[in-house]
Design a protein around this ligand. Structure first.
Ligand SMILES: C[S@@+](CC[C@H](N)C(=O)[O-])C[C@H]1O[C@@H](n2cnc3c(N)ncnc32)[C@H](O)[C@@H]1O
Length: 218
């Protein structure tokens, strides 16, 4: 049956630009020790992780997880679930990875806050995401295409302000690469946990959880 999962497994890997594949390899190569990949999908990053890592992949789409299972090894565990409510204790992971997941999640602010919660203090968050265009013409086209695009690509949002969301959740971007522009500006980088305090985060709780409302950003 033609579905997003079918397209993402059977067609997408054949047409994915080489630059993106190389970036998957680079990101997975940087991941260390206990790794959480949110929105692991069909596991396109799995072949690139080091053997010394312990990988946990979470995704709500069970069909994609079945494909991911075929790419997994002994050090991989795959679990169904949403990144808005990660079933892990605080500070459980050395590395969290997200590639093209923030465009699809329902509540990106909440996901970013969960990532910060499960990351160890000295851990790092590695990402590659497509984001809203800074160019007015491309931005208008993104907005125009959005209704049809979202239906075709599993709810994918073209106009998400993902980098702002990371910052607001207390994930400080320390390195950023722009991989493409136009309709689909892709960025990749590394973020660390900022030491949230009540000065930066008036009203935030003692664990540094943010006060900002969990709204669905565009
Ligand atoms: C475009 S695919 C990317 C898959 C994979 N990360 C990759 O790089 O190929 C978006 C993924 O996000 C997953 N997803 C959607 N909503 C999610 C949520 N709330 N929590 C975690 N993953 C989610 C989808 O099931 C899908 O696997």
């Amino acid at each position: 049956m033609l579905s997003f999962a079918w397209f993402y497994e059977k067609i997408y890997p054949r047409i994915e630009p080489r630059r993106i594949r190389e970036q998957r390899r680079a990101i997975a190569g940087k991941a260390r020790r206990a790794v959480l990949e949110i929105g692991v999908g069909n596991g396109l990053n799995l072949p690139y992780y080091r053997r010394s890592t312990d990988i946990t992949g979470i995704d709500p789409d069970r069909r994609l997880l079945t494909y991911a299972y075929r790419r997994s090894t002994d050090n991989t565990r795959l679990i169904p679930g949403h990144a808005e409510e990660l079933p892990f204790k605080d500070e459980s992971f050395d590395t969290v990875v997200s590639t093209f997941t923030f465009c699809s999640v329902r509540n990106p602010c909440r996901v970013a806050t969960e990532i910060r919660r499960v990351l160890k203090t000295e851990g790092c968050f590695l990402f590659m995401e497509h984001v809203v265009s800074g160019n007015q013409v491309w931005h208008s086209l993104q907005r125009w295409l959005q209704p049809c695009w979202g239906r075709l690509f599993g709810g994918c949002c073209l106009t998400r302000k993902t980098l702002d969301i990371f910052k607001q959740a207390g994930l400080e971007i320390i390195e950023l690469q722009r991989l493409s522009g136009g309709l689909l500006p892709i960025v990749s980088g590394t973020a660390l946990k900022t030491p949230f305090n009540n000065y930066d985060n008036p009203g935030g709780d003692k664990n540094g959880r943010q006060k900002v409302a969990y709204t669905n950003f565009g």
